[in-house]
Ligand binder design. Sequence first.
Ligand code: ME8
Length: 534
Amino acid sequence: MGTKSGYTYWIMDKEPRKFYVTTPIYYVNDRPHIGHVYTTTLADVLARYHRLRGDDVFFLTGTDEHAAKVADAAAERGLTALQWADQNAGEFQQTFTRLQLSHDDFIRTSEDRHKQRVVAYIQQLLDSGDVYQGEYEGWYDAGQEEYVPENKAQEYEFKSPVNGKALVRRAENNYFFRLSKYQDALQQHIEANPNFVEPDARRNEVLGRIREGLADVPISRTGAEGWGIAMPNDPDHTIYVWIDALFNYLTTVDTDERIQYWPADVQLVAKDILWFHAVIWPCMLMALGRPLPGRVYAHSYWISEGQKMSKSLGNFIDLERIDQYVSDFGLDALRYFLITQGPLGSTDSDFAHAKYIDVYNADLANTLGNCAARGTNMIVRYFDGKLPERGPSVPASRSHASTADEAVATVLGAIDRVNLTQAVDAALGIVRSIDLYIEQTQPFRLAKDPEQLPQVGTILYNCAEALRIASLLLWPVLPDRMQQLWDRLGCTSYTQALENAGRGDLTRWATWGQLQPGTPVSKGDPLFPRYDES
Ligand code: ME8
């Protein structure tokens, strides 16, 4: 902090902290569905929280294109693999743009910038002896494009746990990654860094499996017919799609301008692909001599109306359903449902229509929307649409300033732990406290007596100020509607800072007492109109 012309000001040009967040890169054999939208929305909300607090954010998503199932799906349609990949990668990009996801880059593994660097990394591993040639035989899950260890294959009765198709016995001459060499180092890293794999239940599973022992893994296959990245100096072998794909997190930022973002701070994945991210990936990074990511967070699954989503049941929450929810309830409402009801921890979540309506009406229409409408309506009605002065103090059970300060601290801590549900809950807690305050102080009754108007001013000032702080803390989840609310409260400078500089200054902005009395306040349409199915 410093002083200038008698005012205290924060030094704005302090070096921002970098924050790099990734999502899995998605297969382009099919169109996006709610699972893809979910993880990308989680990353978006995290990215926005970090931008809001002033961090220098890099948010990456993209598509994983070199899978055999992409080539197969293309062949069924008489297209080349790249044509089909272009079409679906385009669909992912358009969907993410339509959903206003704020990624800084979208990597496609078929791009040269990715392929060239993958070849260089594999060459480095060949040179160091961490990649070598050998013979491999095992149970192969063709749908997942992965070998299943013998004990797991037995447990699954030699069927894919994902699509139920028979595992096939396959023998190949492959290149291998010397995973076994890194077993101890990885185990120590996970034990010493409790946040490296989260949530805890998943971390324990991963540690348990590592302790059973890590065998070297094949990283190439033959017969890919030109779809994929060839092994350096050995065009008959194609780099296994998973190895190619994992490198995306590094290839995208391995340039002079971006390398300061590495290592990733948070890598979001779902539980099905945690092994690759918590074991194979960090060991490859160790072999390359690169720093490891800060956190690999594996969320659980969305199911649909109580059932696992599957092609055969045809119950995917697909793009059509997603667009329908956006048009019926608004984009912010979809984001809110995903973030507050989603499978962020270690249990699955049900995407159920009735629950969607309940959550929307309870939290958004009745709590947040209603609170904003009450406060602004009274300011318009009793103070001619100008924010009143803080008059004499009014007895209340709790100070708003301290409720807001605590919420800000809770949100900042929750964000660091990727606990988005807790962050939203703390922000909404401010809104609930405003409702309670209005119930206790009854400004609508006091306003009937002109002598009490200064007290009404205090109450409404406090409500508006608390609402302003709540809106800042809710913006990452509800960017569109909170910006509308800022317009009504005369806080358009936040929108400008976030749009122009790409970052905010949350701790300064969220300090109590910044709304200026006399500022025009308008009421506008309901932010979240109540939804009535009929
Ligand atoms: O696995 N609930 O791609 P993918 C929640 N290309 N999230 C879900 C979900 C569900 N029911 N279904 C999918 C791949 N997801 C690889 C990844 S990374 C180097 C390569 C989300 O298209 C979740 O994030 O099958 C999951 O990890 C991802 O989609 C899998 O997408």
